[in-house]
Write a protein of this length. Structure first.
Length: 275
């Protein structure tokens, strides 16, 4: 069987650790056997009947087993850091360790796309923005027509009257642009408020689904690289959200007045040409 490369270093250190424990014992055993033989010219070992002093043999250290229970967390307080430049923090009381994390994965964009209430809000916002775009296009056409009419009256109006008409047209354009911006802001605010209500209900649904599956943590799918399909709760959340919320109230579009599509005011009388 081929040993994976990641285990090669671990096996090498295991062999070195075993040899470090066995070699001292083998050396002590060889010394004991050597002292039992008589070698001429050398001092003999202890005489018969004399007790040999007990030899101490290094006992191998026992590695903690994985089945042993985890040591109890010490009690007391945790002091603040003491490194140079670290802030002076008050001590904290030790608290029990949190439970083991059981993680679920959710794709919020997938849930939003599958939500019936979200589709309703998007369709309403799209209709309102389309009406706003139509009104803006009609107003711009009216501005161009007014400018053309004003240019055609240049020979019939005095310079003072021409400046007055130009100022009126500019005020009309500025007022219309302000109204269009306010309408667009009101549409966006109504859509955001409706989507926020859907999101609020969705958080309750996520909590319910997580509790039903025994999850202690839910992470967005965009924040992870890989997850098994069984961890994904997007479909379950989308189904429960559609059962709980099929539509949401949207603030009505406020009434705006001030868009003037009337043509440019014509000269009051031909006598103006003589001034």
């Amino acid at each position: 069987m081929r040993v994976p490369p990641c285990y090669t270093g671990a096996l090498r250190w295991s062999v070195i650790f075993v040899l470090a424990l066995v070699l001292p014992a083998l050396a002590a055993h060889a010394q004991q056997q050597q002292q039992q033989w008589f070698v001429p010219g050398q001092q003999q070992g202890p005489a018969q009947g004399q007790q040999r002093p007990p030899q101490t043999q290094a006992q191998p250290q026992q590695r903690p087993s994985a089945a042993q229970p985890r040591p109890a967390q010490p009690t007391g307080q945790v002091p603040g850091p003491t490194e140079p430049g670290a802030p002076r923090l008050p001590p904290l009381d030790r608290s029990p360790s949190p439970p083991t994390a059981v993680i679920g994965v959710i794709g919020l964009q997938e849930v939003f796309d599958a939500s019936v209430a979200v589709r309703q809000v998007r369709q309403t916002m799209q209709d309102r923005l389309q009406r706003l775009n139509d009104d803006a296009a009609r107003e711009q056409n009216a501005w161009r027509e007014a400018q053309q009419q004003l240019a055609s009256l240049r020979g019939q109006l005095t310079p003072e009257q021409m400046r007055e008409r130009e100022q009126e047209l500019q005020e009309r354009i500025s007022s219309a642009q302000r109204i269009l911006r306010e309408r667009n802001a009101a549409i966006q605010a109504a859509g955001q408020k409706a989507l926020a209500e859907i999101e609020r209900v969705m958080l309750f649904v996520i909590r319910q689904v997580a509790e039903a599956r025994g999850l202690t943590m839910v992470i967005q799918r965009q924040a992870i690289v890989l997850a098994v399909e069984q961890h994904d709760i997007s479909e379950a959340v989308a189904n429960q959200l559609n059962r709980a919320l099929t539509s949401v109230a949207i603030d009505p579009e406020p009434e705006f007045s001030g868009l003037s599509l009337a043509p440019v005011r014509q000269p009051a009388s031909p006598a103006l040409r003589r001034n």
